[in-house]
Write a protein that binds this ligand. Sequence first.
Ligand code: FES
Length: 93
Amino acid sequence: MNRVYVCSCFGITEKQVKEHAEAGACTPRQIASVSKAGTDCGSCVRRIQGILGRGSCPRRELLERGGGAGAVSGEMTPVGAEAASPGGLREAA
Ligand code: FES
């Protein structure tokens, strides 16, 4: 249906990234190690970071809190868009 490619180098879709996130890959590096997305030209890393930042990874909050108390709340943390500043990217601007 709605097939949005995140990584065109490896043909990885947004859905696949979300699935990997749900399976526990909470960082672009972990996504790369399971799917290779982001390991070629690197231009998709920011998008992957955005997807992860939108709360696709249920364990992310727990990880950030150091495995803290309680379950994952329904609350979304809009980290992605502006806040994302990946380190190893070539910035065109
Ligand atoms: S688009 Fe993902 S590595 Fe190039």
